[in-house]
Design a protein around this ligand. Structure first.
Ligand SMILES: Cc1cc2nc3c(=O)[nH]c(=O)nc-3n(C[C@H](O)[C@H](O)[C@H](O)COP(=O)(O)O)c2cc1C
Ligand SMILES: O=C(O)C(=O)c1ccccc1
Length: 439
């Protein structure tokens, strides 16, 4: 029997091997270790520190990876796996695979116009791109770029809850208008974690106006900036020194700022935009009441990102939340945190089918995705791999880094004796209790 066109594993292998006959190399390496090495070479030191870096001594990042090694797949044979279906339903949309692009801010450190390229990469694959609130391109531009590739290409919006509620409303309205299918509220970054790689070189992308395009393109944000310029005493919060690079980065986004102000190079707008962002982007006082309020303010499904404790998961579903992303932010926030995979089974049990459960942090291969799905995730989100692909080869690199994970997931599914995602349960794994891989 011929393989259906939708089987991504063999199609991808065939494409790579066939191109190899003509001396063409794939756009990105097929394994994570080499992907990471090549990305480091492709990025500048500030980009590498920010994107690859983690919290503290890196224990959470290591835990995210080693958790996968404690679970072993126990393959079954002779089950006719010639036809496989990776599709899953999420909030009324059928996805070709249970995979999403995690929201990643300040991506321009890896590649100019990062979000446009990632958006096109996600649209190529037909899997959702969760736009970051700390994006480098306004969400409307990214949505348009995705539409140009595939009309209706799925996209979600990730929100950081500002101290200014009118800004929250404005961002949510814009997300609804640009066609977002869900709002993801990130809960684990109300303050920036302790990040030695960035601290050691004194680098905070946002202080250089990297990753603030959703703000500088927002009418409410501009209003706040204008108010602060008119009334400097309204200016609050710790001051940061705004570099010349930040000012020129903001001027390069000229079309998102009032032209009259930009025509004057001594304009206070760029400096005030950066300072305003730093002052208001996040509210550490955020509580469950705010989340309940948000559900009343949008018709879109609300997904909470950064949940690790089953009681928080229970609280979320009791409020009628539509989805949860089990995540420790890729190990970038709390050093010594539980890994996402270790947190997953208890969260799945607490949610008990009342909401969708997604996971990210340390999912770098198709085998990792298989294990997370078997432990009860409805879908998995991919963070650094797509950023590394982007750094190495732009849109094609971002696309192929994720295409490789989908391809390996498809092959792992079939080679383990399964033909669809729904049939994956914890029974397909064995807990080995400790690292069992021979390295
Ligand atoms: C460079 C970088 C920037 C990130 N920016 C955001 C962000 O703006 N919003 C957010 O919710 N998560 C952000 N995250 C976290 C990711 O969404 C995701 O949780 C994490 O990358 C998953 O871990 P992984 O990189 O090991 O796959 C960022 C992660 C990285 C690596
Ligand atoms: O770097 C991050 O992981 C991130 O999500 C973030 C978002 C806003 C401000 C600082 C960091």
């Amino acid at each position: 029997m011929t393989q259906p066109a939708a089987a991504p594993g063999r199609a991808r292998q065939n494409a790579i091997y066939s191109a190899g006959v003509f001396g063409h190399h794939p756009s990105v390496p097929a394994d994570f270790a080499e992907l990471e090495r090549r990305a480091e070479k492709a990025m500048g030191p500030r980009g590498w520190a920010y994107i690859a870096g983690g919290a503290g001594e890196g224990a959470t990042m290591r835990a995210n990876r080693s958790a996968f090694d404690r679970w072993a797949i126990v393959p079954r044979v002779l089950r006719d796996v010639s036809r496989r279906d990776l599709s899953v339903d999420l909030f009324g949309t059928t996805l070709p695979a249970p995979i999403l692009f995690s929201p990643v801010g300040a991506g321009e450190l890896a590649h100019p116009d990062s979000d446009l390229h990632i958006g096109r990469a996600a649209a190529d694959l037909g899997v959702p791109y969760i736009f970051s609130n700390q994006g480098c391109n306004p969400m409307e531009d990214v949505a348009a770029a995705m539409e140009a590739v595939t009309p209706g290409a799925p996209r979600w919006f990730q929100l950081y809850w500002s101290t200014d509620d009118a800004l929250v409303d404005s961002l949510v309205r814009r997300a609804e208008t640009m066609g977002a299918q869900a709002i993801v509220v990130t809960l684990d970054t109300t303050m920036l974690g302790w990040r030695p790689q960035d601290l050691n070189i004194g680098s905070l992308p946002f202080a250089r106006a990297e990753g603030i395009a959703q703000y500088t393109s927002d009418p409410r944000f501009r209003e706040i900036v204008a108010e602060r310029i008119a009334n400097p005493s309204a200016d609050a919060g710790p001051k940061v020194e705004i570099t010349r690079a930040a000012v020129s980065a903001l001027f390069s986004m000229a079309r998102h700022l009032p032209g009259s102000l930009l025509s004057n190079l001594r304009s206070p707008v760029p400096k005030q935009s950066v300072q305003t962002f730093l002052d208001i982007y996040s509210r550490p006082s955020l509580s469950w009441d705010d989340i309940a309020g948000l559900q009343k303010r949008t018709s879109l499904p609300v997904v909470l990102k950064g949940i690790l404790h089953p009681d928080d998961a229970r609280h979320a579903v009791d409020l009628g939340i539509d989805g949860i992303i089990v995540s420790n932010h890729g190990g970038r926030q709390v050093d010594g945190s539980i890994s996402s995979l270790d947190a997953l089974p208890d969260v799945v049990e607490a949610v008990d089918g009342r909401a969708k459960v997604l996971i990210d942090s340390g999912i770098y291969t198709g085998s990792d995705a298989f294990k997370a799905l078997a432990l009860g995730a409805d879908a998995v989100c991919i963070g650094r791999p797509h950023m590394y692909g982007l750094a190495i080869n732009g849109r094609d690199g971002a696309r192929d880094a994720v295409a490789n994970i989908i391809a390996e997931l498809d092959l792992t599914l079939g080679l383990s004796g399964h033909t669809d995602i729904a049939s994956l349960t914890p029974d397909v794994l064995r807990n080995m209790g400790c690292d069992h891989r021979v390295r």
